[in-house]
Design a protein. Structure first.
Length: 322
């Protein structure tokens, strides 16, 4: 009898929120709410309330009757032990499953709502916003797309909003202090005059394009020390996005640095009122500049927005005069 738990109030293994009287041999039918002073009277003595044998929240140790108990007592004790063991396992699983970093993890989880059909990440992204073609630059205002060739990048940290692509990175300008780029491409709508001739527009624009790129910039700096001379490389009609346009290309020499190539190209837009569009190319000369052939590659790859199959159309047999 020395290992038998003494009689007293203990947590009821079948109802954790109540206490039940253990008579030293088996559980009785006496129960109470924790904190009350009710205590059943025994035939020969009244036992004082016993403290819980385990900390709060852990299943109490199950009293095990001695070998001398009755068969009925042994059966009740074994059944009670099994019930408490199951309760302890469940309680331990809940305690171990708590996340100390989440204050809400201490409460029992609520039932989850059945989810709808699973959607792959790609499907979700497409439904929210179609991904842009990494090989194209879109100019919505002028209704065209331009191919983004190897060695070119979308504009970053540029003040001119007409710039649609640049060569990656910058370098120290050889003239006035500042940062220069080896190549830029700009696109804008012609609004300065009512001229409708693409040839006249391109011839008038080339001088302004060269001065802005290699002589004096918008903030009155001379990054290349100014233009010392220029010569016409080529000019003529060209097919752009299915329309007939005109281009003029100059070779420019500067006071500092290797100079470069400038091209102005005018053509009708394929959207809206079909206003004339001017595309400018500025390429540094020398080994550091982009390949001069990229001007023709970009021109050939210009398409109307939403029509990537248009390779020429009107004027498709027209090419640069050589």
């Amino acid at each position: 009898m020395s290992m038998t738990t003494p009689p007293g109030w203990y947590r009821d293994p079948s109802a954790p929120h109540t206490e039940r009287w253990w008579d030293g041999t088996a559980w009785t039918e006496h129960r109470r709410t924790p904190g009350t002073q009710q205590q059943p009277q025994q035939p020969h003595q009244q036992y004082q309330q016993q403290p819980y044998p385990q900390p709060y929240g852990v299943a109490p140790t199950v009293p095990v009757p001695s070998a001398g108990g009755s068969g009925r007592a042994k059966a009740v004790a074994l059944t009670t032990a099994a019930a408490v063991l199951v309760a302890a396992i469940v309680t331990g699983a809940v305690v171990l499953g708590k996340d100390d970093g989440d204050p809400g993890a201490a409460t029992a989880p609520t039932a989850s709502v059945p989810a709808g059909p699973r959607t792959s990440p790609s499907e979700s992204a497409e439904s929210a916003e179609p991904s842009a073609d990494p090989g194209l630059v879109v100019d919505e205002l002028n209704g065209i797309t331009l191919p983004l060739l190897d060695g070119w990048a979308r504009p970053k940290n540029v003040s001119d909003t007409d710039v649609v692509m640049t060569t990656p990175g910058t370098y120290d300008c050889p003239g006035d202090d500042g940062l220069c780029r080896h190549g830029t491409v700009t696109s804008r709508t012609v609004t300065a005059n009512d001229e409708k001739s693409t040839a006249a527009l391109a011839r008038d624009d080339i001088s302004d394009a060269a001065d802005l790129a290699y002589d004096r910039n918008r903030i009155d700096e001379r990054p290349f020390g100014g233009i010392t001379s220029h010569r016409l490389v080529e000019q003529g009609q060209v097919a752009v996005a299915g329309r007939t346009g005109y281009f003029v290309r100059w070779r420019v020499r500067t006071e500092a640095g290797p100079g470069g190539y400038v091209q102005s190209m005018a053509f009708p837009s394929s959207v809206g009122s079909e206003s004339l569009v001017m595309v400018r190319y500025v390429f540094d000369a020398g080994a550091e500049g982009p390949p001069l052939a990229d001007m023709d590659r970009i021109t050939k790859g210009i398409r109307p927005v939403g029509d990537q199959d248009t390779g020429g159309g009107v004027g498709s047999d027209i090419g640069p005069s050589r």
